[in-house]
Design a protein. Structure first.
Length: 322
């Protein structure tokens, strides 16, 4: 099946299957129910926002990961490994707990600024087309610094329950989100994906070298700023609503490049589709986990993505030593 069909199937399963007592057949009936019964309320108010957030967040992680990897010419670049998600989480925590902007707009603005700061710092530290080791070390350093500053911000917060309130959100959660929150994250994510896709030809030319890209008429400085800002916009808005979720932006572009025969620019849209499918599938795993309650989705993506990341590092090391 194509990536679009997999994504549609994952979305349907996210709407129909969960840990509640309502059967999938009753949920299907709720789509055409005239009265606002329990099944319809669960479907519209609980499962639909969760499914939309999983699709949108996963899609923007995949698209941003593909664009960042193409920009740095490095398969290890992704929103979480470059410190983007950690920077967005720091910005949201500062906005909510230190500046008092607890609304969706304030959280999103703080997260976008935090993500933008992390990406610009990485661009300054690692360079424009850094080696894998340099990029990884710089990204991990930025993520560690952002994580430490997040802890400091929570410790300085006036609320004595700041750590408890922020814990589940920082681990990544799609639970108890509203349609308004889904729209608040989904609109910037959709804008970022569509505009990143328009930079596909420029990123393909950049894969041939900076001189080749310049000869095609692309302004490299504008291209870098545009990709950094769009990635920060999409990822930051989703982090503000759902917390930090890792490894989707690393895994999705790798599978997408196989579908596009290695063309980095053409992988942006397929990576978005694959990312949305992966995060929706991870959300289904959190509901089915036999632990008495839903696991944080960031834990599930880390459990699934960390072995993949280690295998990628080993494979790259093996190819360099041959």
């Amino acid at each position: 099946m194509s990536a679009r069909l997999w994504m549609a199937l994952a979305a349907l399963l996210a709407l129909l299957f969960a840990s509640s007592m309502l059967t999938p057949w009753r949920q299907l009936g709720a789509l055409w129910a005239a009265d606002p019964g329990l099944a319809r309320a669960v479907l519209i108010e609980l499962r639909l926002p969760r499914a939309l957030l999983a699709l949108g967040y996963g899609a923007v992680l995949g698209a941003s990961g593909a664009a960042i990897q193409a920009l740095f010419a490095n398969p290890l670049a992704s929103p979480d490994l470059t410190g983007t998600t950690a920077g967005a989480a720091l910005g949201a925590v500062v906005a909510a707990y230190l500046l008092g902007f607890s609304g969706s707009a304030g959280l999103a603005a703080g997260a976008v600024l935090g993500a933008l700061g992390a990406l610009l710092l990485l661009l300054g530290l690692a360079g424009r087309r850094a080696e894998a080791a340099t990029l990884l070390l710089a990204g991990l350093a930025i993520a560690a610094l952002a994580g430490a500053l997040t802890t400091v911000a929570l410790a300085l917060a006036p609320s004595p329950f700041a750590f408890y309130d922020a814990y589940e959100w920082l681990m990544g959660s799609l639970v108890d989100r509203s349609l308004a929150q889904a729209a608040f994250a989904g609109v910037p994510a959709l804008v970022a994906i569509l505009l990143l896709g328009r930079f596909g030809p420029a990123l393909d030319s950049l894969a041939l070298g900076e001189e080749a890209a310049a000869s095609f008429g692309y302004r490299l400085s504008r291209l870098r700023i545009a990709i950094v800002c769009l990635s920060a916009l999409g990822v930051g808005a989703c982090v503000a609503m759902c917390g930090a979720i890792g490894f989707v932006g690393l895994v999705a572009p790798i599978f997408a490049r196989r579908l596009t025969r290695g063309h980095p620019g053409r992988a942006i849209v397929p990576a978005a589709l694959i990312g949305g499918t992966l995060l929706t599938a991870a959300d289904l795993v959190t509901r089915a986990a036999p632990v008495g309650r839903s696991l944080p989705i960031g834990v599930v993506t880390a459990l699934l993505g960390a072995p993949f990341f280690l295998a990628l590092v080993v494979r790259m090391r093996w190819s360099l030593t041959r």
